[in-house]
Structure formats: structure tokens, C-alpha cells
Design a protein around this ligand. Sequence first.
Ligand SMILES: N[C@@H](CCC(=O)N[C@@H](CS)C(=O)NCC(=O)O)C(=O)O
Length: 225
Amino acid sequence: MMEDAPMEDLSVCGYAWAPPFVHGLVRDLRVRWALREAELPYNMNYIAFGEHKSPQFLARHPFGQVPTFKMNGTELFESGAIVYAIGLRSEKLLPLDEEGRLRTISWMFAALNTVEPPISALPAQELANNDRGWARLSLPDEVAVIDERLSRLSDWLGQHEFLADRFTCADILMTTVLRELRSTDILEGYPLLAAYVRKCEARRAFKEALDEQIGGYLLNAPLAA
Ligand SMILES: N[C@@H](CCC(=O)N[C@@H](CS)C(=O)NCC(=O)O)C(=O)O
């Protein structure tokens, strides 16, 4: 008879509080979502915003960012690497067959290395802006690069339900990258991508991770002066 696998000691580190315009965007969401898809129990470990550049935290994350992830005593950083490490523990996220696994990894890198950089290049105030047509008018060159990436991605998702053959950790990364555009009207030009994001966001694990992140921020919100 096979013995049960020993319970792992997993903990995610995120900010105790963040301002409302980034609720649902802070990258520990990717990690919480992956853990919930994989049905791996975890603890949360919070740091105050401002503490992330302290020598103590820089010893845990060389760039002083969240998320970090502790896995049985080893601390990891970079959300993509963390989601991959979780995928290595669950076939639900990362196929076991070599072809499926390598395709998934290609799409993970595509999300973080090809699609996310032009989106992150939009100024932070733009991504926080509620005047949704503004990016297209004031930053035409930046938006043109995003449009080029999104139209290729849309072509792919016109032919495929998910990035690889089924839902994988690549979809967690791509969905969270595309969500970074939520304050702009850019995604509205790509109905297939908007539908893909909605489909991934409808997953129970996503909703639970999002509620957990936002619930924590609301609980720790600074008291009004
Ligand atoms: N490439 C990193 C980016 C991490 C990142 O930008 N984290 C943000 C929160 S979502 C942060 O802590 N920013 C503070 C800083 O960069 O100083 C990853 O994917 O983990």
C-alpha cells in the first residue's frame, strides 16, 4: 500500500496592505491561485509595504519584491519560478508528458517575457487611471506594441481553448498579465482575449485566491486619519 505523501510546509509572502488600485493585481495572486488549483494547503506570511526594501527582506528577495514563497525551508522568488515550482508538484498545472510540459513552459515564458513587458511599460498611473481611453491617445507607440502582441495571442486563442492543450499554469500567468490592462480599454478590442480572461477568472481557485487577497487588504486597511 502506498503511504500518503507527507504534508508540505508552504507559505506565500505578500503585502499586508496595498492601495485599492492594485487589489487583485499584486503578483502573490498568481501563487495563491496556483496553490489552490493544485489543492496544496499553504499559509500566508505578510510584510508591510515599506518593509520590502529592508535588509531582512532583501535577504529573502534580492530585489525586495513580493511574492516570495517558502517551500519546506527553501525560499523562492519571482512569481513565474514559483508557479513553475508548484506546477512540478501537480499534474493539474503542468502536464507530465514531455511535449505537454515543454509547450506549457514555452507559454509561461511567453506570458512573462513577451506579453507582460510592453504592458508593464505603460506608466503606473496609466494602469491606475479610470479614464479608460487615455492610453491609446497619449501613448500610441506603447499601445501599438501591446496591440501587436495581443493580436497574435488572439489569433492563437481563436484556435485553442487554452494556451496549451488544457488549462495549465501558463494560463494562470497569462490571465494575470492580461488583467494588468483592466483600467484601460485595450482588451475590449480583443473579444476572444476578454472571453479567455473571463473563463479563467470563473475558476473557483481564482475566485478564492482573489477573495483571500482582497479580504486581507480590507482587514489591514489603515484607519482613516
Ligand atoms: N518579476 C517579479 C515582479 C515582482 C513585482 O513587481 N512585485 C511588486 C508587487 S506585484 C512589488 O513588490 N513591487 C515593489 C518593487 O518592485 O519595489 C515577479 O513576477 O515576481
